[in-house]
Design a protein around this ligand. Structure first.
Ligand SMILES: *Cc1c(COP(=O)(O)O)cnc(C)c1O
Length: 394
């Protein structure tokens, strides 16, 4: 059945190209884990996970065991890392679907260990990625809290620390001071681990900002110092967006300049004109009449509202693309509909295509534009596009 005209187009070839490009930024030293959590940042796991695997990804990153189970059904061969950890009762699914969990709490190790024993796994057969908190105070074990964890990770245990992981929480700050401090802390933790007789194969560190800022050699160097292989975890960049750096670089690193030149947007969000009407001066538009026509105007109705993810705060303060021109959103955005002013755009008819996010003609609206208008970040813009909006591969 044809759908209501509010949809997202996913350019899977652009995603593949982005993964390959990021591989060149990271190589020869660093491997990449493709972050496909939160339904691939709203781009559709079903379309994106197989695409990055086609492009050569050996590792996928998801939020939860639930997302991991879905990713496993799509990609039987690759490694799948559950970044947000395991929850009580989920250990059996981790084992059954060959997921790898990020862990940092004793109870998580217990949950996994019990599941591994129940499944009769051999010592060391269930890999985990041990997260260290190097300053973000979010997830991860502190340096002081390591001992009880290490006590559970004897060679006889079914669990094996395959990787040590930390999250760089200020990699988008151009001066990199915070990141250097995190590397120093990690170095200390890795020495502690080797003193305790624990050797992990991988060092799993760094998001898109870290990769684009040119931190891959630093991650590789730290890994090499401890006899480990480096792994970085880009998300946003895969979907074609380079993070903005704050404060900006005085001199942009070559890696970031190359990313700006090479990354391709993957997602385009579209709708269509439902109908067009002419209103006289003084007509009010939408709930509470927050927009009043100052002259006779032509208005077009769109089949998209805030339940589709079009942020209600965009009403009266954002434009969309129609016939390659900007058409302002007027009045409040409704749950399922919005109205645009097409007075300056001739020849608008029902069925005409409207771009809410992405390019049309020579103009483009980015997730950064949406984010700036609503006081958020592109990650949230992407993940807020409603689940009822179909994602279509092109
Ligand atoms: C989401 C996430 C990433 C990817 O971040 P981007 O900024 O989108 O590249 C990497 N690591 C962890 C732990 C994450 O949660």
């Amino acid at each position: 059945m044809p759908t209501r005209p509010c949809w997202v187009e996913i350019h899977t070839q652009a995603l593949e190209d982005n993964f390959r490009f990021l591989t060149t930024l990271a190589s020869p030293d660093v491997d990449l884990l493709a972050v496909v959590k939160a339904d691939s940042y709203g781009h559709s796991l079903a379309l994106c996970a197989p695409a990055v695997v086609r492009a050569g990804a050996q590792w996928l990153g998801v939020t939860s065991v639930e997302e991991g189970v879905a990713a496993r059904a799509l990609c039987p061969q690759v490694r799948i890392l559950v970044i947000g950890g395991v929850f009580p009762g989920q250990g059996a699914a981790v084992v059954a679907h060959r997921l790898t969990v990020v862990a940092w709490e004793t109870w998580q190790l217990e949950e996994l260990e019990t599941a591994a024993r129940m499944a009769g796994l051999a010592p060391g057969a269930l890999p985990i990625h041990l997260e260290i908190d190097t300053g973000m105070s979010r997830q991860g074990a502190s340096l002081q809290g390591l001992d009880p964890l290490l006590a559970r990770l004897s060679p006889a245990a079914p669990l094996r620390v395959e990787a040590v992981l930390t999250h760089l929480f200020a990699a988008d700050e151009a001066d990199a001071r915070v990141t250097c401090e995190q590397f120093a802390q990690l170095d200390e933790v890795l020495m502690r681990l080797s003193t305790a007789g624990l050797f992990a194969e991988w060092l799993n560190v760094g998001n898109s900002a870290a990769l684009l800022a040119g931190q891959a050699p630093a991650v590789a160097e730290l890994a090499a110092r401890h006899g480990m292989k480096p792994l970085m975890r880009p998300g946003l960049a895969l979907y074609g967006l380079a993070p903005e750096f704050e404060p900006p670089f005085r001199e942009e690193p070559a890696t970031l300049a190359a990313a700006r030149a090479n990354l391709k947007p993957v997602l385009r969000w579209k709708s269509r004109v439902v109908g067009v009407r002419t209103v006289p001066a003084g007509a009010v538009v939408g709930y509470n009449g927050t927009f009043v026509a100052t002259e006779p105007m032509r208005l077009a109705l769109l089949a998209t509202g805030y339940a589709d993810g079009l942020d209600r705060r965009l009403g009266n303060r954002f434009s969309v693309l129609l016939h390659g021109q900007r058409a302002p959103l007027v009045g409040r955005i409704s749950m399922d509909q919005a109205v645009i002013d097409v007075t300056e755009i001739p020849g608008v008819n029902p069925g005409d295509e409207v771009v809410l996010l992405g390019g049309q003609g020579s103009d483009a609206i980015t997730a950064f534009d949406h984010a700036a208008a609503t006081g958020t970040i592109p990650w949230e813009v992407f993940t807020r596009i409603g689940s009822r909006v179909p994602r279509i591969a092109i």
